[in-house]
Design a protein around this ligand. Sequence first.
Ligand code: F6P
Length: 549
Amino acid sequence: MKALTQQPAFKALQEHFEGIKTAHMKDMFQADPQRAKRYFLKNGSVSLDYSKNRIDDTTLKLLRDLATECGLAEKIQAMFSGEKINSTEERAALHTALRYQGQEPIFVDGLDVLPQVRQVLERMEKFSDMVRCGEWLGYTNQVITDVVNIGIGGSDLGALTVCKALHHFASPRLNMYFVSNVDGTQIQGVLDKIHPETTLFIVASKTFSTQETLTNALSARQWFLAHALNEAHIAKHFVAVSTNKEAVQAFGIDTQNMFSFWNWVGGRYSLWSAIGLSIMIYLGKQNFKDLLCGAYEMDQHFKNAPFECNMPVILALLGIWYINLFDAGSHLIAPYDQYLRYFPRFIQQLDMESNGKSTTLEGQAVDYDTGPIIWGDLGINAQHAFFQLLHQGTHISPIDFIVSLSKEGHLPGHHDILVSNMFAQAQAFMQGKDYNLAYQELLEAGKSAEKARTLAHHRVFSGNRPSNVILLDTICPKSVGALIALYEHKIFVQGVIWNINSFDQWGVELGKELAVDILARLKGEGLTKPQDASTEHLIEVYSAFNKGL
Ligand code: F6P
């Protein structure tokens, strides 16, 4: 494929950009009373207001042309049909098969993957039913009250995010914990709260070779055996979720208690697979199915809707507009919902591990920017923390605001306040406040003209800072499933435009490799090759500090 910067549509966009880059959104709204309604989409329980972007109809058309020139339609087709689009690992990227609700087969290497997907789903359902209704008993015949998911990255964040987002659908009888950090204080903190006779550990790891997960799982196993004394009891208290049967066996977990998935499921795209076992146990099988259905609805929309009303495509193209034309290096995720507090962190992995690449599919270095730095937090808290920079700082970071429409279940008054703040922030970022208004307000507040003239400069808001507003009807399994799928597809579209592989993650490997030798040095084991001067010095300082320990 031609480099992005050489695509005719990209050159047309650059030209168009020169004409529109200083235009103010305030004026765009004034010129087009229908803008808010025209730049608004709804699909199922998810709506997108993208009117507060520095775009016009020409921008959108040129962006769509770019998508077409980059072969987006063909790439979408390739992904859904199981082609090995993860070329560096020679794998399909078929997370959509995990939530597929139709009857058509989906082939990988000539084999329809759906029967195995449904078989694992059924096993998960049976198992989670047993745990939830108290039929699955621990080694002293007590019911399970605590479930601990041990995993990291994609084997942690997706399930954690969904469990927290849908906490109000969870079984009140079960406590769910997530352990990811190899810092022993995390697992110790959990072990201090639970009891070996009533706890189920889910060891979740696609490769079953991840150091942090295996170390935590071993500590859990030791803690358990210190009480249970008999390895035969492990079967009642440890299950594994993995693609690696041999490693699960070697770890000492009976493969009867293993839930499989496949190498065509990327780690950060795996919450829909058996990696979602913790979700299913916590929320129940119907809620898990609804989560899958919500994602499926978004899949269908993405696959079939024309680009001009395709939510993931529009979000992706807007991102391209800011990253590649406005040089915006970051993107903020701001949920206005306490239950969605882990969502920014989840999207951080999903986006940055997918599109944090600088080599094209053909192995060339890119000469344009790719995936942005994703950051974020609960919007309402961020307003009182870092929003200052977003309003008046020198950087532009487009924002996704996310909130639920429904007030149901909220304490009286709270949701209106939350939503009014979110709407107000999006408005302030768009409109800003000019010098004259700031000056007038200061005079009205009793300041002298001289004082007001100086102070007004500090109270100016340039505005024209872009944001999307994503509205979920309610926070429910379907809407959360659709929301996550929306971002998955947005990220995929951007990867297509940048001509990179969104489904590998070679960038995480180097550090893992280097840590092996360094760990051997810290433990004083054997001869290892010398490190660079800085690392040698750090090892010396650490070892000297811990001498004798
Ligand atoms: O180190 C990064 C990574 O490989 C992620 O891509 C993955 O989600 C995570 O580690 C966990 O890997 P695993 O599920 O194999 O333990």
